[in-house]
Design a protein around this ligand. Structure first.
Ligand code: SAH
Ligand code: MG
Length: 193
């Protein structure tokens, strides 16, 4: 995996940071998660990290960038995980599935988080979890004085809108974990809560 980490660093591919992926994989083990949908495969790093935890884990992962998709396919083959990882080339906003999952991991474009949450929440099993990456944007969400460009300001606004969406959600309760670039863990509320 060091090779993949090195490749990502050299080519500026935003794979999960070490403590983030460690938290995610521990969460998967502790909660006995077996079926995962990932939005945003990049070069397959997080999908491979999740799949290799257990032979019975199945990951469906979607990537819209052709070059990254091709690299991910090679990497998945290299790790002999083709029977556990189903990688789909396409834009996740346009891909529909009737499969259900224990975990939906949203790690794509920051402005589309709400859209993906709404689109895929009905594919979640009863006690399932939605995890979203990059809620901090390198600290800019918490400290807006760090914002330097208009583009960054736009992204921060979108992340804040998503946090407000999660905090106001009637059906899901969200906790924020300050690992990596901060991840959000959203679980369905108990019916009697
Ligand atoms: N989960 C990966 C990193 C993903 S980086 C890891 O930790 O190893 C985010 C990826 O999401 C990028 O490769 C980008 O091309 C992809 N992406 C962005 N919007 C998308 C969309 N609408 N559908 C599918 N993939 C998307
Ligand atoms: Mg990310």
């Amino acid at each position: 995996m060091e090779e993949l980490e090195k490749y990502a660093k050299e080519n500026k591919i935003p794979i999960m940071q070490k403590d983030g992926i460690l938290y995610l994989t521990n969460y998967i083990k502790e909660n006995n998660i077996k079926n995962i949908l990932e939005i945003g495969s990049a070069i397959g790093y997080s999908a491979i990290m999740m799949a290799r935890l257990d032979k019975n884990i199945k990951v469906t992962t979607i990537e819209k960038d052709k070059d990254r998709y091709n690299i991910a396919v090679d990497n998945i083959n290299k790790y002999h995980l083709n029977d556990q990882i189903n990688i789909i080339y396409g834009d996740a906003t346009e891909i529909n599935t009737t499969d259900t999952f224990d975990l939906i991991f949203i790690d794509a474009s920051k402005g589309k988080n709400t859209f993906f949450f709404n689109k895929f929440k009905d594919n979640l099993n009863k006690n399932g979890t939605i995890i979203t990456d990059n809620l901090s944007f390198h600290g800019l969400v918490e400290d807006e004085s760090l914002i330097k460009t208009k583009n960054q300001r736009g992204i921060v606004r979108k992340i804040k809108d998503y946090i407000a969406f999660l905090d106001d959600h009637k059906e899901f309760i969200t906790t924020y974990i300050p690992v990596g670039d901060t991840i959000a863990i959203s679980k369905r509320r108990n019916e009697n809560e």
